[in-house]
Design a protein around this ligand. Structure first.
Ligand SMILES: *Cc1c(COP(=O)(O)O)cnc(C)c1O
Length: 315
């Protein structure tokens, strides 16, 4: 598996024209590793670091539906590196991702969600005691390395703007652990841009959600000896989380059908479809008109197939 990713993901125009805005989408779902997505973008940099550190196994955590765990397990398998995943027992039903994680031969330790951090420490100690050098990756690919991967994505957007003479007034995307948003916000700051980066939360509420983004942004800026920013600079929108992680409604299903039918692009109910619906609601609520809007497709294609039956149900 080639981990070199020096080609920008495509940006394309969508047929959506709500409020006379023009909509574009950056296809990070097409990153050429393990079904792509933001977890693939982050994972490439984490594995580069793993090899620099000369680690010989990887430890991470996530639920059975985790895109992150699928990508990490896939790359680890390709590189012949044992992959250890700590997973909460609460989410133990099989999904496309959990089936693939099994296929990749990851070692899974299940425990109650409250004991996840203890189990991680135990696993790291156990591996070190056996003479291994484990590399730990936070859930979702959180941390400065994950942030860096979306500064890189931001720079791909700048290159696109330069070559196409299109300037995006807004960048929208799904925000979860906030690392994707932190990278985009850092890119915006480091390049002195004033555009709006709007994260549509799929689960977390404020103030916690935006606090985590802020901490990630400032952790990165401090590592570069730059001035930290204040919380007002973060647009973390929690109005469209419904009942939290994994919940969705008929409007989200309809949004997914529309984008698939009109543009041939799959989205899922947990992340991208939910945020695309939330973005449109936000645009209506805030009377945003006649702007150029970029939505980042953060991936999750296996989750699209998990919900295909629901998309087919007549409602
Ligand atoms: C994890 C994930 C997100 C959220 O990204 P964060 O960097 O954790 O905020 C969005 N979309 C998809 C498809 C994901 O898998």
């Amino acid at each position: 598996m080639d981990l070199v990713n020096n080609k920008a993901t495509p940006i394309q125009r969508l047929s959506e024209n709500l409020n006379n805005n023009s909509f574009y989408i950056k296809r990070d779902d097409l990153l050429p590793i393990s079904f792509g997505g933001n977890k693939a973008r982050k994972a490439v940099l984490f594995f580069e670091d793993l090899f620099l550190e000369k680690s010989d196994c990887v430890v991470t955590y996530g639920s059975s539906s985790s895109n992150h765990c699928r990508v990490i397990a896939n790359i680890a398998a390709a590189k012949g590196i044992p992959c250890h995943i700590i997973s909460p027992t609460e989410s133990s039903y099989p999904t496309s991702n959990s089936k693939m994680i099994k296929l990749f031969g990851a070692f899974i330790t299940k425990c109650p969600v409250s004991q996840v951090s203890i189990m991680i420490e135990r696993k790291m100690d156990e591996l070190r005691a056996k003479g291994n050098k484990p590399y730990f990756i936070q859930g979702g690919g959180h941390g400065d390395i994950g942030t860096q991967s979306y500064i890189n994505a931001y720079e791909e957007i700048l290159d696109y703007e330069k070559s196409s003479s299109i300037y995006f007034d807004y960048i929208f995307h799904t925000t979860g652990t906030g690392t994707t948003q932190a990278g985009l916000v850092c890119g915006n700051i480091l390049h002195g841009d004033k555009r709006e980066i709007i994260g549509i939360s799929n689960a977390r509420k404020n103030p916690y959600g935006s606090q985590v983004v802020l901490e990630s942004v400032n952790s990165y800026l401090l590592s570069q000896k730059k001035e930290p920013i204040v919380s007002e600079a973060i647009s973390f929108i929690d109005d469209y989380i419904l009942d939290g992680y994994g919940s969705y409604n008929d409007k989200i299903l309809q949004t997914i059908k529309d984008v698939l039918n009109n543009d041939g692009i799959p989205m899922d109910t947990t992340y991208t479809g939910k945020a695309f619906w939330g973005m449109k609601e936000y645009i209506k609520k805030n009377y945003i008109t006649d702007k150029k809007i970029l939505f980042i497709h953060t991936g999750g294609t296996p989750l699209f197939f998990d919900k295909l039956e629901d998309l087919n149900d007549e409602r």
